[in-house]
Design a protein around this ligand. Structure first.
Ligand code: ADP
Ligand code: MG
Length: 525
């Protein structure tokens, strides 16, 4: 609908005829509805008993996942306010790597509470102020929940387990995988913190998930340049060449004017001699394993194979960099410059064939700790979801180790911060108090949803949880195998990084207040 103003009887168009405009309450309520709808869509996946979603895109590709960020990314969300909730999940994923569903669900419930306040004529600005005030109180309350104990391997394993419970683990127990995850992160711990980027994930479909293992190095999908090359080289000196080991393409194309068989033989001999010399230079350097970013002629490869030199050709720049940083090899741009000074080193380089795929493992690189979680799964879907699950677990363990702070999980932290915000609300004047209380009520969505998803009555559970929090100080809805009980999550090893909760409160508040503040939507065609 075009906007028009009248000026001296003439209509004045300020927007194009095709743009749409919604204002006031209508704009607010449609935005709030969209945001709520998105958050509602991931609610059933929250917690250890959360269900998975199957997402099918327009070309029929299927993703089966429990991961909030993945679900929201895969959904084709167009509404701009709904998109803001997607961004909440995305920033949660980027900042701390987990808690995406929690953040989206809290944001949605902050919107639902705001909608009720707007209906009671509380002004949007008051709601926004109240929410910001409440978020400050909530963040303080999170500090009080931080567990005093050191974040040691046992705690890290619990953090990893809590993050993987209820996720696609391909039939493995989260506990088994948790050990692999913690070991991986410990490998890349430095004085300056966790070097998370040095933990890679390589997914290989074909075996059952139980074959998932930690490789003490890097994994490349590369095959040897020649079938006769060794499949394993121990204690390997490694070189990286950015040189073609063949007769240069230009020379092949050049026209020879050959008049006799002798001349032909001579030309072939010259070529052979050249190739032989390349091979000899590599052999003389004393290298055991060669990576090149360019072609290696079959005849050169054959000669190298005879000498037991394992060679990989045409590797990408990225892979060359990875090999260099793991082994300490310096890349060499001319064959004449190849010398042991530029060699890197690894305890072992081996190649392995998995169905149609060939992989190279560079283990125990001398330069830097790098590890790869080698994820196996019987099918693409199992392996992909396992990869997402492990990625999240690696992120949370890194987050927990870096900050050294964990809080009780299973809804206990949310119950405690809601309680703190509710108590603080009593001291706040005016209508803002309503907004602060509403914020506390919104946080209840986490324990309520955990209850609902595990087949408990949400309202009864909430009442019981609050009572237990009142009397015992720490109470969550703990799922342990088949049983769901109210108890101390810490005793059951259910803990989450404090940063995951902080980020969830901050990003949910930010998105909800941004949406509430909008009262005019102007959309171009
Ligand atoms: P998110 O995307 O928010 O991380 P999850 O599906 O991973 O969503 O659920 C996380 C929630 O599940 C956290 O509140 C965490 O404390 C809780 N949780 C994890 N393990 C358990 C358990 N064994 N019992 C109860 N709650 C658990
Ligand atoms: Mg999680």
């Amino acid at each position: 609908m075009a906007q028009q103003r009248r000026m001296g009887g003439q209509p004045l168009f300020i927007l194009s005829e095709d743009s749409e405009r919604t204002q006031g309450r209508d704009a607010q309520s449609s935005n709030i509805m969209a945001g709520k709808a998105v958050s509602e869509s991931v609610r059933t996946t929250l917690g250890p008993r959360g269900m998975d979603k199957m997402l099918v895109d327009s070309s029929g590709n299927v993703v089966i996942t429990n991961d909030g960020a993945t679900i929201l990314n895969e959904m084709d969300i167009e509404h701009p306010a709904a998109q803001m909730i997607v961004e909440v999940a995305q920033s949660q994923e980027d900042e701390v790597g987990d808690g995406t569903t929690t953040a989206a669900v809290i944001a949605g419930n902050l919107l639902a509470e705001a909608e009720a306040l707007i209906e009671q004529d509380v002004h949007a600005t008051t709601i926004v102020e109240g929410y910001h005030e409440a978020a400050r109180i909530a963040l303080e309350a999170i500090e009080d929940q931080v567990l005093p104990a050191d974040v040691d391997d046992a705690v890290l394993t619990q953090v990893a387990t809590s993050s993987m419970t209820g996720k696609g683990t391909g039939g493995l127990t989260p506990e088994t995988l948790a050990e692999t995850v913690v070991e991986a992160i410990r490998h890349v711990e430095t004085d300056e913190g966790v070097d998370r980027d040095r933990v890679e994930i390589h997914t290989q479909v074909g075996a059952s998930s139980s074959a998932t293992e930690l490789v003490p190095g890097i994994v490349l999908d590369e095959e040897p340049a020649h079938d006769d090359m060794p499949t394993t080289v121990e204690n390997a000196d490694i070189a990286i060449l950015d040189v073609e080991l063949g007769v240069r393409t230009g020379e092949i194309d050049a026209e020879y004017s050959i008049d006799s068989i002798d001349q032909l033989t001579a030309a072939i001999d010259a070529e052979e001699g050249e190739l032989r010399q390349y091979a000899q230079q590599v052999i003389d350097s004393g290298v055991d394993v060669l990576f090149t970013t360019d072609d290696v002629d079959d005849r050169v490869a054959s000669l190298l194979a005879t000498e037991g030199i394992l060679t990989f050709e045409n590797i990408s720049n990225t892979k060359a960099r990875k090999v260099a940083s793991a082994t300490g090899a310096r890349r060499v741009g001319a064959l004449d410059d190849l010398s042991s000074d530029d060699f890197g080193h690894a305890d072992r380089v081996r190649t392995e064939t998995y169905g149609d795929d060939d992989l190279a493992f560079v283990e125990g690189g001398a330069a830097a700790e790098a590890v790869t979680v080698f994820v196996r799964g019987g099918t693409d879907h199992v392996a992909d979801e396992l990869e997402r699950t492990i990625t999240d677990a690696l992120d949370v363990v890194a987050t927990a180790l870096d900050s050294g702070e964990v809080v009780p999980g299973a809804g206990a932290t949310e119950i405690a911060i809601a309680d703190a915000v509710r108590s603080a609300a009593a001291g706040i004047e005016g209508r803002k108090q309503l907004a602060v209380t509403a914020f506390a009520d919104a946080l209840d969505i986490v324990p309520r949803t955990l209850a609902g998803n595990s087949g408990q009555d949400p309202i009864d559970s909430l009442v019981d949880l609050r009572a237990a929090h009142e009397s015992d100080g720490r109470a969550g809805l703990v799922t342990d195998g088949e049983s769901v009980t109210i108890g101390d999550p810490v005793e059951h090893g259910v803990v989450d990084p404090a940063d995951v909760k902080r980020e969830a409160v901050e990003s949910a508040t930010e998105a909800a207040t941004m949406i509430v503040r909008i009262d005019d939507v102007i959309a171009a065609e």
